[in-house]
Design a protein around this ligand. Structure first.
Ligand SMILES: [Zn+2]
Length: 435
């Protein structure tokens, strides 16, 4: 029955114009009436609770077009059963498309997680062979790479635009900062900013004047940003001030930073967040201070296996550019003379071994870029603030500010989330304040 239901579901999503009814033992199990809206049919099939978790994708190039919906990386499955792919309206199971989908989600999922996706691909009919398999569930594309890249780009673009924090700064009169400023700023705008909080101690009057000016423009911006449809169609970059706008409540278990936004409570994993920040800095081509090499007082010697030594040797120029000054001493021995600044004081030997082993395990065929990315990930992981580490207010401020500058602030390079949020409504439900 499960298998039949799957077939009916996949067929129904491809043909919203047809009424589908699934009857089992004289009982109607599913009934989806015909509709002109493909999305309406999708929601009928997958369930209304996913309505806000699905984001549209859209991409067209070289006669290939990709459309459909994909889930936020926070909504995942443990199997590929939530993935539906249609080529020229025919339901298919295709490994190339699946690979492209996962590439699009790169660093936003951990191993073993599957996104939900409904993807419609249109290609010219002479560029697809549907007779590869008797069930006609498999296809062969004339331009496989182009179809792959179109799907990957469509997914990447949508996630870049939608997978970021979308909260508003605290505007409630209950927060300490607006309580003090309630007469002035609350009349002007509901969104006093965090810089203003700092200014307050300096010159209140002057601060308030500036705040009036600043908050006006900010509230206008917020109003504009409250229209996701417009934002998506214009592919506008989201306002990169999300984390600094949070009100910091404190540190929990010396591991998580607790903050509040207008909608609820936000917990930030300090290690995952810092890992993301360092990773993006190391990967960038810029000459950032955090990549500046820190000379080791006593150079460290590392002995590697034969294959590991060969792998590491090839990456020395890239590692040097990252701030990791490493020399091949001969044979299987390497000498580490300097490390990227955030690594100073940390043990480097285990990191070098991990790096070399990784280079070997991913293989050279994956390309230099992939190997460099792996190395950036390992350095970031070793250099990042740990769990169970007490942070000062300035450190927390700095972390949030740098998180705002990230391309993908919501996930660490391994795909773990950097933050989670409890909406006020969810909390109120838990406390039985609301039904
Ligand atoms: Zn991680």
């Amino acid at each position: 029955m499960g298998h039949i239901a799957d077939i009916v579901a996949s067929t129904a999503m491809g043909r919203p114009d047809i009424h589908f009814k699934l009857i089992h033992n004289n009982k109607t199990v599913k009934s989806w009436s015909s509709t002109t809206s493909a999305f309406e049919r999708v929601i009928d099939v997958v369930g209304t609770d996913l309505e806000t978790a699905l984001h549209p994708i859209e991409f067209a190039s070289n006669g290939i077009s990709v459309s459909g919906w994909i889930s936020s990386p926070r909504i995942t499955r443990t199997t590929s059963r939530g993935m539906f792919v249609y080529v020229n309206n025919r339901f298919v199971r295709d490994r190339i498309i699946q690979h492209a989908l996962f590439q699009g989600y790169s660093q936003r999922l951990v191993k073993g997680q599957f996104p939900m996706a409904i993807i419609f691909i249109r290609v010219p009919f002479d560029q697809v062979d549907i007779n590869v398999h008797p069930t006609k569930n498999e296809v062969r594309f004339g331009q496989q790479q182009k179809v792959h890249d179109a799907v990957k780009k469509a997914v990447e673009r949508t996630l870049y635009e939608t997978d970021h924090p979308g909260w508003r700064p605290v505007s409630s009169p209950w927060s300490t900062k607006s309580k003090e400023l309630v007469n002035v700023s609350d009349h002007v705008s509901g969104y006093p900013r965090k810089e203003d909080r700092r200014q307050r101690t300096e010159d209140r009057r002057q601060g308030i004047k500036e705040r009036v000016h600043k908050t006006q423009s900010y509230s206008q911006r917020v109003t504009r940003d409250a229209q996701p449809e417009t934002r998506r169609s214009q592919a506008r970059i989201w306002p990169k001030k999300q984390f600094r706008d949070l009100r910091i409540i404190g540190q929990f278990h010396h591991t998580y930073i607790i903050c509040e936004s207008d909608e609820g409570l936000i917990l930030i994993d300090q290690h995952a967040a810092h890992e993301r920040i360092l990773f993006e800095k190391l990967r960038s081509q810029s000459d950032d201070a955090s990549k500046a090499a820190q000379q080791l007082l006593v150079p460290e010697t590392v002995e590697l296996g034969f294959r590991e030594a060969r792998g590491l040797e090839k990456l020395i120029p890239e590692l040097t550019a990252m701030g990791l000054d490493i020399e091949h001493f001969g044979g299987r021995t390497f000498v580490i003379k300097a490390v990227p600044a955030p690594l100073s004081g940390r043990e480097v030997k285990p990191m070098i071994v991990e790096m070399a082993e990784n280079i070997v395990s991913i293989g050279y065929s994956a390309g230099l870029q992939k190997a460099v990315e792996q190395c950036c990930m390992i350095v970031a992981c070793h250099a990042a603030i740990r769990a169970n580490q007490r942070l000062s207010d300035q450190q927390i401020d700095g972390l949030l500010e740098q998180l705002d500058a990230c391309d993908n602030p919501s996930h660490c390079p391994h795909g773990r989330p950097t933050w989670i949020r409890w909406d006020l409504k969810t909390l109120e439900k838990s406390f039985k304040r609301i039904p």
